[in-house]
Design a protein around this ligand. Sequence first.
Ligand SMILES: Cc1cc2nc3c(=O)[nH]c(=O)nc-3n(C[C@H](O)[C@H](O)[C@H](O)COP(=O)(O)OP(=O)(O)OC[C@H]3O[C@@H](n4cnc5c(N)ncnc54)[C@H](O)[C@@H]3O)c2cc1C
Length: 430
Amino acid sequence: MRVIVLGAGLLGVTSAYYLQQLGHEVTVIDRQATPAAETSFANGGQISVSHAEPWANPSAPLKVLQWLGKEDAPLLFRIRADMRQWLWGLQFLRECTPARTRHNIEQIVRLGTYSRDTLQQLRRDTGIDYHQRTQGILHFYTTQKEFDGALKPAEQMRALGCDRQVISADEAVKLEPALAHIRPQLAGATYTAEDESGDANRFARELVALARAAGVKFLMSHTVTALREAGGSIDHVEATDDEGRFQRIRGDAFVLAMGSLSPLYAAPLGIRLPIYPAKGYSVTMPVKDAAKAHQVSLTDDEFKLVFSRYTSAANDRLPGRDVLRIAGTAELNGYDRDLNRVRCEAIVRRVEALFPGAGDATQAQFWTGLRPATPSNVPMIGKTKIGNLFLNTGHGTLGWTHACGSGKSIARIVSGLAPEVDFAFTGRGG
Ligand SMILES: Cc1cc2nc3c(=O)[nH]c(=O)nc-3n(C[C@H](O)[C@H](O)[C@H](O)COP(=O)(O)OP(=O)(O)OC[C@H]3O[C@@H](n4cnc5c(N)ncnc54)[C@H](O)[C@@H]3O)c2cc1C
C-alpha cells in the first residue's frame, strides 16, 4: 500500500518506520525543513512508564483553581474566548473522577510498558544511539502531602506491571547523590529502575536516517492545507511547498500525526478530536560542576518538572556538551508559543534551589513546545469513521515514552494486523 504520514514529529517518524518495516511504500509530509522540529524538538527526554498519572485526577480541580492567574503556576489555564478550550476544560473535569483516573492510568501504563519494550527492541535491532541513559527514573517529593498522594497511583502502577517502588528519602539520596543538598526537604520518593531517558530529537533524526535508507520518502517544507474526501475515503491531501507551489498527494491510506494541529485538519471531515495545545517549557544548560549534577533522570512532582542529562545533539547551540535538560509546566493558552520570562525564570530558580552550581544558568537556552493534549492524557491511535484515515496523535505529556509503541501499533492497524498491546484504540482498531 502507498501510505502517507502527515507530520514528521516523533509520532509521524515512528509510524513511518514501522509502516515501512511491514512492507508499505511510505511518504512523510511536514511543514518544517527538518524532522522533529516542533513539539518533538527539546522535550524532557524521559521514557517514563512511571509518569502515568494524568493531569486530570481527583486533586486537579482544586489545584487548577488555586493556580488560576498565577504566572508561574505549574499548570495554568489562561481562560480565553475559545470554545475549543472551554469544551476541553469540561471534558478534563469529567476525567478527574477516581474511576476515570484509574482507567486512564491503566491505558497509559499498558501503552507505556509496551512502548518502552518496543524502543529497547529497536535499539537491539538497529543500534540506534540517542544519548540514552538506562539508570531509571526517580520521582521525588518535597512535601508530605504530594508524597502521600503519590502512593496510591504508584500501587496501581505496580499492580499493572510498572515496577515503581516507594523508597525513603535516604534511599533516594543513595541512588542520586545530587539530591543530598535537599535531603532535609525530601518527604520521600519513588524509583522505577526500568525507565530511561534520552534525546528525543536525536532519536527522531537517527530514525529518519534509517527510514530513508530503507526507502521512506520525506517531503519536508510542505504544508498540508486540506485532506480531501471522495466516496467515503480520503482521496488526496493538498499541500504547498515553501515556494508556494500547490500539490495533490495521493495515497491508499493516511496517518494523521500532526500533533496539536491534528484536530484542525480532522474537523472539516466531521471528525472531532478533543486535543488542545498545552504549552510546555524546557531549559537546556551546560553542566558546570559534574559532581553536583544529577545522573539519574528525575521528576519533581510538586513543580511538574522533569530532569534529564545528556550530551547535546549536534544541531543544538551547545554541540557535544554535557547538558542538563529541565522541562515541564503547562499553560493552556491556544497556539501561542511565546516564551514567558516569568515561567522561564521560575524553572531556573527551582533548578538552582535543588542543585546549586550544577548547571551554568548564564548559558541557559529556553524553548516552548505545544503538547497535543487530550483531557484524559490517553492518546488517540487507530481508525476513524473514514476507512483509510488513521490517527496517531494526542500524546500530550508522554509522546516520547509512547512513540515506538504507538508507531508500531498504528502500522499494524493500517496493515489489518491486530495490535500487540491491550489498549483502547480508536475505531475498531483494538
Ligand atoms: C516541555 C515538554 C516536555 C516534554 N517532556 C516529555 C518527556 O519527558 N517524555 C515524554 O514522553 N514526552 C514528553 N513531552 C511530550 C512529547 O514531546 C510530545 O508528546 C511529542 O513530541 C508529540 O509528538 P507529535 O509527533 O505528536 O507532535 P510534533 O512533534 O509537534 O509533530 C507534529 C508535526 O506535524 C507537523 N505539522 C503540523 N501541521 C502541519 C501542516 N499543516 N502541514 C505539514 N506538517 C504539519 C509539524 O511541523 C510537526 O513536525 C514533552 C513535551 C513538552 C512540550
